[in-house]
Design a protein. Structure first.
Length: 283
């Protein structure tokens, strides 16, 4: 165990309370994963009882993540990925998708849940270019200064910053905007930002509110649905790629197959403008 692992382990182990649900482990439960405790499963079941579409929302979000990472690697030539609030690794992880295009693609996962990061490190033990760091994305400078991030991300080259299903846990719009700006600021021109974010379910607003209240009671973490108009200011000075800041089923119409409604989730891919005369990544 290196010094980073030892220091993080000493800080994190006292905080691992199996009786306290974790948003990362609840998400893992909805996806059918095994890295969760009974408290996580109970919280996930209660939330899904109030809003039965939540597990389907989690699965749709995961499909969207894989689609975006595949596009970034195969079409846009991105070879570095910083996955913020990555949660518990599950099937179709970022490194699996990116490294299917280029085995040397670099991926850094980051989460504040020590169980998620411990599992990620075990999974990545034999992967030389995929790494996991224990940190809180609400402290961007701490993340950017983390040795795992500092030693593996080359900010002079394009990076894909991934924020999937995390910013709706930041209740304050201004704080969310500041987090986005802080992570995009060091990125080279031609870098990308990908976001997915819970939206309003106008067909079940009362159920959504009940699920959100249950969630915060059990986890201590608020859930804030937002509209595209609320999210758009976070993307100031970035180029929004087609089809825009829209529901993920617009990105992926296949999600609507079978007649099942897709729970509202907004998705967007944006690019930091290239400098005059600069070449696109991979060119």
């Amino acid at each position: 165990m290196d010094s980073i692992d030892a220091a993080e382990l000493a800080l994190s182990l006292p905080e691992v309370d199996p009786s306290r649900p974790s948003i990362a482990r609840i998400y893992d439960f909805w996806l059918g994963g095994s890295q969760n405790f009974e408290a996580d499963r109970e919280a996930g079941r209660r939330a899904a009882e109030a809003m039965p579409s939540l597990p389907a929302w989690a699965r749709a979000n995961r499909v969207f993540l894989r689609h975006v990472v595949g596009e970034l690697a195969a079409t846009h030539g991105v070879r570095q990925f910083l996955d913020l609030g990555s949660g518990v690794p599950t099937v179709g992880n970022v490194h699996e998708v990116a490294q299917a295009v280029d085995p040397e693609a670099t991926v850094v996962y980051l989460d504040m849940d020590p169980v998620a990061i411990a599992h990620a490190r075990a999974l990545l033990a034999d992967n030389a270019t995929a790494h996991a760091a224990l940190a809180d994305l609400r402290e961007p400078q701490v993340v950017l200064d983390h040795p795992t991030v500092r030693d593996n991300i080359d900010w002079t080259k394009p990076v894909a910053v991934l924020m999937f299903a995390v910013l709706h846990f930041i209740a304050d719009d201004q704080q969310a905007a500041e987090i986005v700006r802080a992570f995009m600021e060091p990125c080279a021109p031609g870098s990308y930002l990908a976001i997915s974010h819970g939206g309003y379910d106008h067909n079940a607003l009362e159920a959504q509110q009940q699920a959100a209240e249950n969630y915060v009671q059990r986890t201590g973490v608020p859930f804030t649905a937002r509209t595209a108009e609320q999210i758009a200011p976070w993307l100031k000075d970035l180029e929004i790629l087609p089809p825009g800041l829209v529901n993920v089923d617009v990105w992926l119409p296949s999600l609507r197959e079978g007649g099942n409604p897709v729970p509202p989730s907004l998705g967007v891919l944006a690019r930091k403008p290239l400098s005059a005369g600069a070449e696109k990544p991979g060119v």
